[in-house]
Design a protein around this ligand. Structure first.
Ligand SMILES: NC(=O)c1ccc[n+]([C@@H]2O[C@H](COP(=O)([O-])OP(=O)(O)OC[C@H]3O[C@@H](n4cnc5c(N)ncnc54)[C@H](O)[C@@H]3O)[C@@H](O)[C@H]2O)c1
Length: 346
């Protein structure tokens, strides 16, 4: 069991800030309401800025940010994972070149994990790196992909196969943006918080499991999740050790997601994936929590397809696969399993 220190800076009653310190950079994540209209307080905007967003993001979010920038360019990508690709990466880079962006200029992502990952990858590679700011607008991107510096695009149908580790200069989490997010997407993002709580923090797990109105308490969910991820990525930025724990539920979950041709959301599959690597007691608590939030506890998949996909997964190059097992809520074990042992679980 680890102790996560719940210390953060409170700017006023509504705004909280967390500093993330990695080897190369440190940056601040600001969490609160009505932040978009005050973006200039948090990001350095007196330069050329490219906003990268997708066609599902409400225009008023983009306009609030745009209004604070003198020299602003915008690129809108079609929404969806299938657009996190090399063509749209090239489109972003072309936009930067066309508008003579220099090393002093910056990119702001406004959107979910797809836009965040792809823009951060573009920022990390354009002229060997320009500043990147993130305004995540899905719960998943707020609790998970906005922190930790992983950037990526998909290629040849392989998710996140091209990417870098590159830290943002700043992150703004305006919880008001969740009001336009479909409920299914909210619950999808909540799975990543359930995962972090199940492995690191029993009290937080019970908070989610027993909440009477999770959306009233979403700010707490966001910063508690970020505190756990901060604790992890500050120790292990490049996923050499403890960061692997964040893959709880992902080995099988990700393979199920791909085998069902992305019909189910990532979080929905990871939720089911966690159940395979939990003790009976933990399984029943996670099941209870998933059910409460309209998340599946079982999916119909083709076992052979799932095994095949796990075999090809980048984490399974050797004979055995490292998996995260939870015997008691708030703790984890790293276990080695063979493919046939995993096959038996399925
Ligand atoms: N970098 C990391 O550490 C990390 C971690 C986890 C996941 N990811 C990546 O994140 C991606 C998934 O992110 P996601 O779940 O945010 O998906 P997403 O970016 O595809 O967003 C989901 C949908 O919600 C829409 N949307 C976003 N914000 C909205 C809002 N406020 N109101 C209405 N609609 C809105 C989007 O247009 C999209 O249609 C995957 O590509 C995954 O690989 C990265």
């Amino acid at each position: 069991m680890v102790t996560i220190l719940y210390n953060y800076k409170v700017l006023n009653n509504d705004i909280k800030q967390l500093n993330i310190n990695t080897k190369d950079n440190s940056y601040t994540i600001t969490i609160g309401k009505n932040l978009l209209k005050n973006v200039d307080k948090y990001f350095s905007l007196d330069r050329k800025i490219l906003i990268v967003t997708d066609d599902n993001i409400p225009l008023n979010y983009i306009n609030d940010v745009k209004d604070k920038i003198k020299n602003c360019h915008i690129i809108t990508i079609p929404n969806g994972e299938e657009n996190k690709n090399i063509t749209n990466y090239q489109n972003i880079i072309s936009e930067l070149i066309k508008n003579n962006f220099t090393r002093k200029d910056a990119i702001i992502a406004i959107g979910g994990g797809v836009i965040g990952d792809m823009s951060a990858f573009a920022a990390s590679t354009y002229m060997r790196g320009i500043d990147f700011y993130n305004i995540p607008t899905t719960l998943l991107s707020q609790v998970d992909s906005s922190i930790g510096g992983k950037t990526a695009i998909d290629f040849l149908s392989i998710k996140n196969i091209i990417g870098t580790f590159y830290q943002p200069k700043g992150v703004l989490i305006d919880i008001d943006t969740l009001q336009s997010l479909p409920k299914r997407q909210l619950y999808n993002g909540l799975v990543e918080s359930i995962k972090m709580a199940a492995t690191f923090d029993k009290e937080f797990f019970n908070f989610i499991k027993d909440s009477n109105d999770i959306f009233e308490e979403i700010e707490t969910v966001i910063y508690k999740s970020l505190l756990i991820k901060k604790y992890v990525v500050e120790q292990d930025e490049k996923e050499q050790s403890i960061r692997k724990v964040l893959n709880f539920g992902h080995t099988i979950g990700h393979a199920i997601e791909e085998s069902l041709n992305l019909k189910y959301f990532h979080g929905e599959c990871v939720g089911v994936g966690m159940l395979f690597f939990s003790s009976d007691e933990v399984k029943s608590k996670i099941k209870e929590t998933l059910t409460k939030y309209n998340l599946p506890t079982h999916l119909d998949y083709d076992k052979n397809k799932v095994i095949e996909l796990i075999k090809h997964d980048k984490k399974s190059q050797s004979e055995t696969i490292s998996i995260i097992y939870v015997n008691e809520i708030g703790t984890y074990e790293i276990r080695q399993m063979t493919l046939s042992e995993i096959g038996n679980l399925l």
